[in-house]
Design a protein around this ligand. Sequence first.
Ligand code: PGA
Length: 267
Amino acid sequence: MTEAKRKTVIAGNWKMNKTRKEAKELTDAVLKGMQKLENLPEVVLFPPFTCLDVVAGSAQNTAVKFGGQNLDSHDSGAFTGEISAPMLVDIGANYVIIGHSERRQFFGETNQTVPLKVKAALNHNLIPVICVGELLDERENNLTDPVVKRQVGAAVSGLSEAELQKIVIAYEPVWAIGTGKVCEAAEAARVIGVIRVTLKQFLTDKDMVQKIPILYGGSMNAKNADELLAQGEIDGGLIGGASLKADEFLSIIGSACKRSRLSVAKA
Ligand code: PGA
């Protein structure tokens, strides 16, 4: 098994943006643009909860997948304001983002809550996109690797080997998110390598680690996507700001098509 066989994933994290009308326009424009592309990666949209049904309607019978930006670890109950895995499944979602740095920073997400949510997602066959990444202060103090290792270990330590093969990880250095300061491609690839070594510790069949897609996130855009996605270790992107405009997002999908084409050629 070689890294070339991993799935490439281009995911748009819309965060708290878009009305339903805007969501439909954006989804339809992305779908239209994708028709002109070949060797497409897996394209996943993460709209706010209020737009999930609109995106579901447009994405029906297409290759585009979608998911929630968060979920609660319980299936149902007295948890005002929360959304559960069965609810996401009910609306047709395939994916869910877990442990995004904004949730860690503003909404009390921790290395204790993340694994509960990962388990809830997997129990309902949702693919968790587990976000990890260091703060600027941690990077400046040479703590990037231990922080990321701890976050990854916490998120996956309770998973079976079969479950481990169903996850996606996104390496998102917090200082690069929404700042326009992208992590250098070689450095992003290096940290992703550290994540892969960390994941190996939880697998008996070490080769299985080559099946787990690891994305980069943090100011990825139409200009830098080619360079980032040319790194063999970087299996795609979790894209915030640049996923809000169809043209820019399509350009990043185009960069991923080149990577997918190379993968097909190598496989
Ligand atoms: P950004 O966000 O692309 O706007 O930096 C990425 C993310 O938060 O997932």
